[in-house]
Write a protein that binds this ligand. Structure first.
Ligand code: ATP
Ligand code: MG
Length: 557
């Protein structure tokens, strides 16, 4: 499923036509996040689409912070958004832009509408305005303030701007049509009073433009050719067009909509993700369990895996829910091809090789990857005592159990064949050690006695390893649609979404593992070192994803 083999989607077709028919000569798109939270996997779809179209058609893509609501916005979010877009592999055109860069111009355009008799100051309270607005079935009623003179409106708007009015006392509304079937055209508010400092403009303003009065005009100022947004803005398009038509804007952008990404077992809404953070359900916006780009990055997702996922899901105008298994497939596929191999024992059981000389150590070589010979080989210290997984040993077992059994053989991955001779138990009867013998002739070849071991297990030297913590994650939610109609998504937070295993033993080379570098811990899944938890001596490894691929199997049935 690469871009070469995939048929073009409707926006690619539309842009190609716009270019060939000369309606547009230069493609300019933008990604317009509101800095009120961290970006999530849904935003990745929009980023890949907007930046991807610009790349494909030799155009440009702006990063614009849609910052008209100072109450919910913060500089921390601005920084995180820039970091995440860059990490995903995209470069925006010039400096990052802010809607607030255009507050002076937007104010001028508000005056322009007033002077044209197309906007008025309305004193209805929010409650009253709702009443006047009407419903989907019934038309609205004109505000009693609708017919104020241009002079009066200019004077009142001036007062609003100068802080002489209280919040909620009045607002500026476009004068369109209170009987319009589309409620967005029923004299929408274009400026409201908010006596609040703004993260970009400081104390300069105490009135702020609405989203609708801002977005299209900023598109026009930036010369955006295709303003691409999600379907919920379809009903705003007539207002978008009305404003572009009635204002002396420098260009005429057009809006196009596509379907949002919905993922099962996941919530993609900044508001809800903020609730998870504020409620202490996770350890911050970049917690590795979060579907934020920062969280996924810490967890071990690669930018390529997210871009490939966005390519796989495609772009349409119909809403659907994507199986989170597809995202898991995408990262697994990437790491399978690119992640160096390593061994790490999560629940160690001591093995003593009684015929291996005490105090002796040798270094065995292991490939970095089964097929990628550009990845460096590993050096594995091997000695008299080792660790294997507790679950890889049994005193008795049937034939299906292809690991170490008392009185039988197993191969140690990249090393010798060993034979289990005795077990040592503690007072509680639990096995604490297995005494084995090693077949010195079995390195890289079958045992001389012709009896091949049935299985291969991973192991780590007991004397020369990295003590570490391993964090296994399960889905953050235990319901496929945690925020579907009427449900409180917080009721579906999976209580077992994190298992932190201490005292794990990793092969010595992993002491140098860099955060974000993925590894396959053989037989245990894909992992990367956490960038925040742990120490140099005791790193923490996050499991990015397990080895089993349920989604791809389903597809091949
Ligand atoms: P949220 O509900 O999470 O706050 P939003 O749409 O309010 O999302 P914005 O910051 O306004 O978030 O989004 C920036 C851009 O990303 C918008 O163009 C928006 O349409 C797009 N976007 C947001 N969520 C998704 C999603 N789930 N799928 C595709 N695009 C999305
Ligand atoms: Mg929003």
């Amino acid at each position: 499923m690469t871009s070469e083999s995939k048929p073009a989607h409707f926006l690619q077709n539309l842009i190609r036509e716009d270019l060939t028919e000369g309606r547009v000569s230069q493609i300019a798109t933008r990604f317009p996040p509101e800095p009120n939270g961290y970006l999530h996997i849904g935003h990745a779809k929009s980023i890949c689409l907007n930046f991807g179209l610009a790349q494909e058609f030799g155009g440009t893509c702006n990063l614009r912070f849609d910052d008209t609501n100072p109450a919910k916005e913060e500089e921390e979010y601005v920084d995180a958004i820039k970091r995440d877009v860059s990490w995903l592999g995209f470069e925006w055109n010039g400096e990052a832009k802010y809607s607030s860069d255009n507050f002076d111009q937007l104010y001028e355009w508000a005056l322009h509408l007033i002077k044209q008799g197309k906007a008025y100051v309305c004193d209805l309270s929010a409650e009253e305005a709702r009443h006047y607005r009407g419903t989907l079935k019934e038309p609205g009623k004109n505000s009693p303030f609708r017919d104020r003179s241009v002079e009066e409106n200019l004077a009142l708007f001036e007062k609003m701007r100068n802080g002489e009015m209280e919040e909620g006392q009045c607002s500026l509304r476009a004068k369109i049509d209170m009987a319009a079937p589309n409620i967005n055209l029923r004299d929408p508010i274009i400026y409201r009073i908010k006596k609040m400092a703004h993260h970009q403009t400081g104390d300069k303003w105490c009135i702020y433009p609405s989203y609708d009065f801002t977005h299209g005009q900023c598109d026009a100022i930036e010369g955006i050719s295709h303003s691409i947004c999600t379907l919920e803005f379809e009903d705003h398009k007539p207002l978008y067009d009305w404003l572009i038509e009635h204002l002396p804007v420098p260009s005429r952008p057009r809006q196009y909509e596509f379907a949002r990404l919905h993922l099962n077992y996941t919530v993609v809404s900044k508001r809800k993700l903020k609730q998870l953070v504020d409620g202490g359900h996770v350890d911050g916006w970049d917690d590795p369990r979060m579907p934020t780009l920062s969280g996924m990055r810490r967890r071990g997702f690669t930018p390529a895996s997210i871009r490939n996922f966005c390519e796989m899901i495609g772009v349409t105008r119909s809403d659907s829910v994507v199986d989170v298994g597809m995202l898991e497939y995408s990262i697994r596929d990437d790491l399978d091809k690119n992640a160096p191999r390593a061994m790490c024992v999560l629940a160690p059981l001591k093995v003593t090789l009684k015929n291996y000389p005490e105090g002796q150590e040798e270094i065995l070589a292991a490939p970095g990857h089964p097929v990628r010979d550009d990845l460096p080989a590993r050096e594995l210290p091997f000695g008299r005592t080792l660790y294997i997984e507790k679950e890889d040993f049994r005193e008795e077992a049937n034939k299906k159990y292809k690991r170490l059994v008392l009185g039988k053989k197993v191969r140690l991955r990249n090393a010798y064949v060993i034979f289990a001779e005795e077990v040592v138990k503690d007072d509680a009867g639990e096995i604490v050690e297995v005494i084995c013998s090693v077949d010195f002739d079995s390195l890289g070849k079958d045992p001389a006695d012709g009896v091949k071991p049935k299985g291969v297990i991973h192991w780590v030297s007991a004397d020369n390893n990295v003590d570490c913590e391993v964090r296994l994650y399960d889905r953050l939610f235990n319901d496929a649609a945690p925020d579907a109609g009427g449900k409180d998504f917080l009721d579906y937070v999976n209580p077992d979404n994190l298992q932190a295993l201490k005292g794990c033993k990793a092969e010595i080379g992993l002491g140098k593992a860099e955060p974000e570098q993925g590894y396959q811990f053989e037989r245990n899944g894909y992992f990367c070192r956490d960038s925040q938890y742990g120490s140099t001596e005791t790193p923490v490894f996050n499991r990015t994803i397990g080895l089993r691929d349920s989604w791809a199997k389903e597809q091949n049935k």
